[in-house]
Each structure stands twice: as structure tokens, then as C-alpha cells.
Design a protein around this ligand. Structure first.
Ligand code: NOJ
Length: 453
């Protein structure tokens, strides 16, 4: 009898605290983006945008950023110290093609050097071709809203691949968080071009999707027999109707969910672009060429938001509701379970497609929440892996504190602290925690001690 009682008492706690071990080849990774770290991105639309009054908090400007451009060796060493298996970074179109049709060979050589350095250190380079910033000349032509956008992007992608394609980069992402980028640029006005009109969203959204499709085909044609994987990185947010009893909130939530989370992925799945944003635009266009244009799906996951219907444009309001302890420097709720929910949904949409968690991170200068943030998200990834969902790896966002777009330099997402004056990088405690996780290919996790459930 006593034995049975002891057994009953111990069993639940055994499953609540355990060592979580990850698959042998799990790709531990960190992610960065060129404009946020390299510095001197003078020919980009962001450089111009940062100089418009009131666009960036505290009037910050990217300027030298972390000066990564001149610190390739130092930053590669940090990656080696962390022990990451993969490094996700982006190429800067504005540096590679600063003026239409003029290619900067030095910039391409620079990226070649970066890739070779990574390879020499046994770090697998994961390249993103577009991470928010654009060449200013292209932005002036309307950017993604330009009918020729897919062709402009194709020229850039071709140039890049012809120069870097033989270096053994196997993972190429066409776009990073395209819906977030476009909604910020055309609806909330927080990103260039700084417009605030939902109606303007349709053209660039279609432009990005078509550009992805053409880039996917182009890369595979150029690669011929090289085994490259081409994908896209989508941010997935959990959206919840604010008032469960209010059908209008449910309605607003479903529209946002469709446009923000799924518009691009559904187009790829169905070969059909179908978006209905009442009062703004409606579109129903066959795009059969988009079918089967994903070899992997990159998912960036950060937070959950509560959605309220409003009676004036833009009709949808997203807000955060959470106690202070669960809020990050960005004002986002820490909600680890959401990574489980959203990856699962993506997996249901694309049942056999490999998934990579291409970003997950927290703005937390004090570093008090970060270690637990990482562990709790990883515990859900572990659960997904146990359910046989093919997740190839996890990138923490980000390596070093950097230029956080419209928020400037205040939010601190880095495993490494950046001294803004000296640009010295110093590991935070979480850098140690993450590198231990990597070294052990897992960690001991006590669910009863979870802070963010
Ligand atoms: C996702 C974006 O890809 C990245 O550029 C940004 O810094 C992080 N979110 C944090 O906001």
C-alpha cells in the first residue's frame, strides 16, 4: 500500500521535472540581420527613414550599429564560444546593389569572407536574402508594390547566388517576416515607407509573394544539382479575441490571423492568393506557380496578443494583457505555450515540411528573465519533437544587442551586451546558460518552476 502511494506521489513529479534531450543533429543557432548589426547602410531606405523626424524612438539612428561589418573575426569567435551549430544572418541588398544595376563586388566578397569564416569554424551558414531593409533606389520605385518587384529581386538573388552559391550554403530564406514588415510599413507606419492606409497593403503583399515564388525557382535553377533548401521566414503570433462574448472581436481576430499569420503560407499551400480585408481590399487571384515553393518553413515566434474590434480605421486593435513580470522590454507578453500552438498549426498546414525556429528571443537588459524564457520555449519545442514534428533547429534572437528598428537601441535582445560607446561585447549570464544547453544538447527542466505559464 505504502509503495503504491509513494509511486502515485512520485510519478507526476517525475514527468514534471526531467532532462530534456534534443535530437543528435539539432541545429542550435543564433540569428541576426544585416541592417541591425553591420552599420553604415547608407544606400538603404532605412537610412533615409531614420533621418525623418519622429520615426525612431529617442531619435536613435543605426549609424555604425554594432560595427559587425568590421568585426567578422571577433563575432565569429563569439559564435564559436557559444558553440552554435548554425548561424542565421542576412545579406544587405542595398550594399550589394547600391544603385540600380550597379553591383558592389566588395560587398559580395565581404559576404564570401563571412561565409568562409563560418564554414572554417564548422558553423552552418543560414542566409536570409531580405530582412526588412531595401536599396533606396528600389524603395523609391515603390518597392514591393512595383509590378516589376519580382524581376528586380530575381536579379539581386541571381547575382548573389552566382557569387556565393559554390561556398556550400545549403539554407536560403527569401524573406524575413514579410507580413510584419509590410503591415509596419503600410498600415502602422512604423517602418518605411511610413504609410498608414490598409488599402495600400494589397500590392506589396502580392509583390512579396510573387517575388518569393520567382526567387525560389531561380535559386533551384541556378543550384542545379547542389542540394540547397529554399524557404521563407514567417512570424506567427497567437491572437485571441479580447472579449470572448463579442462576435466583432472574433471577427477582427480572424481577419488579422488570416492576413498576418497565414496569407502568404496559404497562398503557397493552395497556389491561390485569397485575402478579404473588409473596408480595405479583397483579392482572389490564382497563383499556381507558388505551389511547392517551400523546402522548409522558418518560424519566428515572440508573443500573443488580444484583439479588439474598433469602429474606426484600422478597425483592429492588438493589445497585450499580462502582469508586469511577464512583459518584455518591447511590451510583449511572454507566452511560451504559444510556440507550441503556432508550430502545430503550421505543421497541420504543411504536414511533411521541415520547420526551423528561425527566431525567438526577449528584450531584457537585466537578463533576469532570459534564461528561463529560453528554457520554457525550448521545453515546448522538445514536446513538439516528441510528437514527431520535424523541427530542425532553434535560433535565439539575437547574438548581440543591436538596432531594434523603430525602437532604436533601447531594447536589449542580445546574449551579449553591447556597450554603445565602446561597442564592446560582453556575455550575459544567458550566453553561458545557452552554451551549456548546446553543450549538453539539452537541459534539466522543472516544469513546476515555470515562471511564464
Ligand atoms: C523579428 C525581426 O526579424 C527582427 O529583426 C527583430 O529585431 C525581432 N523580431 C525583435 O523585434
Amino acid at each position: 500500500m505504502i509503495k503504491i502511494l509513494v509511486f502515485l506521489f512520485l510519478t507526476p513529479s517525475l514527468s514534471l521535472s526531467q532532462t530534456l534531450t534534443f535530437p543528435e543533429n539539432f541545429q542550435w543557432c543564433v540569428a541576426t540581420a544585416s541592417h541591425q548589426i553591420e552599420g553604415n547602410n547608407k544606400d538603404s531606405d532605412w537610412w533615409e527613414f531614420e533621418r525623418r523626424p519622429g520615426t525612431i524612438k529617442h531619435n536613435d539612428k543605426s549609424i555604425k550599429a554594432t560595427d559587425h561589418w568590421n568585426r567578422l573575426e571577433e563575432d565569429t569567435q563569439i559564435l564559436v564560444d557559444l558553440g552554435v551549430k548554425s548561424y542565421r544572418f542576412s545579406l544587405e541588398w542595398a550594399k550589394i546593389e547600391p544603385r540600380e544595376g550597379q553591383w558592389n563586388k566588395d560587398a559580395l566578397e565581404h559576404y564570401k569572407k563571412e561565409i568562409l569564416l563560418l564554414k572554417k569554424n564548422n558553423i552552418n551558414p543560414m542566409v536570409t536574402l531580405h530582412h526588412f531593409s531595401l536599396p533606396l533606389w528600389f524603395a523609391k520605385k515603390g518597392g514591393w508594390a512595383n509590378k516589376q518587384a519580382p524581376q528586380y529581386f530575381q536579379k539581386y538573388v541571381t547575382k548573389v547566388y552566382n557569387h556565393l552559391g559554390d561556398l556550400g550554403v545549403s539554407s536560403w530564406a527569401t524573406f524575413n517576416e514579410p507580413t510584419w514588415n509590410l503591415i509596419s510599413g503600410y498600415v502602422t507606419g512604423e517602418f518605411p515607407p511610413g504609410k498608414k492606409d490598409i488599402k495600400l497593403l494589397k500590392d506589396p503583399l502580392k509583390g512579396v509573394i510573387l517575388s518569393h515564388g520567382l526567387a525560389y525557382k531561380t535559386l533551384h535553377q541556378l543550384a542545379k544539382d547542389r542540394p540547397i533548401k529554399v524557404g521563407l521566414v514567417q512570424n506567427l503570433n497567437v491572437f485571441i479575441p479580447l472579449r470572448w462574448w463579442n462576435p466583432l472581436d472574433h471577427y477582427a481576430k480572424s481577419i488579422l490571423d488570416n492576413v498576418y499569420n497565414w496569407s502568404i503560407l496559404n497562398t503557397i499551400k493552395n497556389g491561390h492568393f485569397k485575402v478579404n480585408f473588409p473596408t480595405a481590399f479583397k483579392d482572389d487571384s490564382p497563383m499556381p506557380q507558388l505551389k511547392k515553393t517551400l523546402d522548409f518553413l522558418g518560424i519566428n515566434y515572440y508573443t500573443r496578443q488580444f484583439i479588439k474590434f474598433m469602429f474606426s480605421p484600422p478597425f483592429i486593435k492588438a493589445q497585450t494583457i499580462a502582469p508586469k513580470e511577464k512583459i518584455t522590454e518591447m511590451g510583449w507578453e511572454i507566452y511560451p505555450k504559444g510556440i507550441y500552438t503556432m508550430v502545430k498549426k503550421a505543421h497541420q498546414t504543411f504536414p511533411r515540411l521541415p520547420i526551423f525556429i528561425t527566431e525567438n528571443g526577449i528584450g531584457d537588459k537585466t537578463d533576469k528573465k532570459r534564461p528561463q524564457f529560453i528554457k520554457e520555449h525550448l521545453s515546448y519545442i522538445h514536446k513538439l519533437l516528441q510528437e514527431r514534428i520535424p523541427i530542425l533547429g532553434y535560433c535565439y534572437w539575437t547574438l548581440i544587442d543591436n538596432f531594434e528598428w523603430a525602437h532604436g537601441y533601447k531594447p536589449r535582445f542580445g546574449l551579449y551586451n553591447l556597450d554603445l560607446k565602446t561597442l564592446k561585447r560582453t556575455p550575459r549570464n544567458s550566453a553561458k546558460v545557452y552554451s551549456e544547453i548546446i553543450k549538453n544538447n539539452g537541459f534539466f527542466y522543472d516544469k513546476t518552476k515555470a515562471l511564464f505559464e
